[in-house]
Design a protein around this ligand. Structure first.
Ligand SMILES: *[C@@H]1O[C@H](CO)[C@@H](O)[C@H](O)[C@H]1NC(C)=O
Ligand SMILES: *[C@@H]1O[C@H](CO)[C@@H](O)[C@H](O)[C@H]1NC(C)=O
Length: 324
């Protein structure tokens, strides 16, 4: 680039000196462009005495009008010296390709020789899409960005090894005239987590091939198939219901157990007291609180009498609860 900058004034001087009167020459830097770059078209003409009187117009082959920066702000027009003018195009697009001409008017008048601007586009970046079929087989899809020209090579690698079979590649031309390539790698064997697939594309626009990869990451199928996600929700809901039922039953049981109750909270707490303590309490209660249930003789409980035993049961429970 710096060498080109050094050479340019010399080149212009030579061109201006050797050119026959009114001969207008054109050249281009860089000689070919990639989409997104900036290119400069030069127009060199015989030396003008008054640079302010130089008028230069540019047009593109096929166009009916001269180019202007009003139509497209990416274009920059300059009179560089008494013998040269430039058209600079920033952020070149594929549609900018074509033959450009300059026309000089003033002390000298003439048309340029014309210069072709070729624009190429890079297939970078690539996109890789994994697709699993219903029966679990993997197809890797590699898509290029729209590129030009169309000569390219595509290669697949699996865990570092070149893949030669099971590849289908198709090329399409888009509305802009650029090419888009889609390549399919169809796996015929089950894949495992950790397998790396690499898609690699070479093209004239790229110094080194561009590549992208996909690393297989599938959850353990046996577990995920036997326990779908909703099973866990069902388990959670049923556990919650079970807890609610237990709590409701327990509270109802506490209320029934404490008919003469002092305070309900105290009775509920007692509901959870361990059985061994209750049994001690029962015995204490039997001795202490005989007057609270005077109608029933403790000995009567041993009789084979349905109602009596029922009463006894109830009484025992009450005593157990009321034990301090
Ligand atoms: C320059 O080209 C235009 C259009 O192609 C033409 O009309 C014109 O006569 C040419 N001028 C010269 C000096 O050759
Ligand atoms: C896969 O791609 C990532 C980022 O694009 C890179 O860091 C990694 O080294 C690549 N792996 C392989 C095996 O090429």
């Amino acid at each position: 680039m710096s060498r080109a900058m050094e050479l340019r004034p010399v080149l212009i001087l030579i061109l201006s000196c050797t050119a026959a009167a009114a001969q207008v020459l054109q050249f281009l830097k860089p000689p070919s462009a990639v989409v997104g770059q900036t290119v400069t078209l030069y127009c060199s003409f015989p030396l003008f005495r008054n640079p302010e009187k130089i008028t230069v117009h540019w047009w593109k082959d096929g166009d009916r009008e001269f180019l202007s920066s009003k139509q497209d702000s990416r274009r920059e027009f300059q009179i560089e010296s008494k013998a040269s003018a430039i058209l600079r195009i920033h952020n070149v697009r594929f549609g900018d390709a074509g033959v450009y001409y300059c026309r000089v008017q003033g002390e000298h008048t003439g048309n340029g020789t014309g210069k072709r601007l070729d624009v190429s586009a890079s297939p970078h970046p690539l996109k890789i899409i994994p697709k699993f079929s219903a029966d679990g087989f993997l197809t890797c899809i590699c898509k290029t960005s729209a590129f030009y020209p169309d000569n390219y090579t595509i290669a697949w690698r699996k865990n570092g090894q070149n893949v030669g079979t099971g590849i289908k590649t198709s090329r399409a031309k888009n509305t802009e005239g650029l090419y888009e390539v889609t390549s399919y790698l169809v796996e015929t064997q089950p894949v495992h987590t950790g397998t790396v697939y690499v898609c690699e594309v070479s093209h004239t626009t790229l110094k080194d091939p561009t590549r992208t990869n996909y690393t297989v990451d599938i959850p353990d199928r046996s577990i995920s198939e036997s326990f779908p996600w909703w099973i866990y929700i069902c388990i959670a809901i049923s556990s919650l219901l079970l807890i609610i039922i237990v709590v409701v039953i327990c509270c109802k049981c506490c209320k029934r157990k404490g008919p003469k109750g002092n305070s309900q909270t105290r009775q509920c707490v007692r509901c959870y007291e361990p059985i061994p303590m209750n049994s001690i309490c029962k015995e204490q209660g039997l001795r202490k609180d005989n007057h609270s249930t005077p109608a029933v003789n403790p000995r009567a409980g041993r009789n084979v009498n349905g109602t009596a035993s029922k009463h006894k049961k109830h009484r025992k429970k009450e005593r157990g609860l009321e034990c301090p």
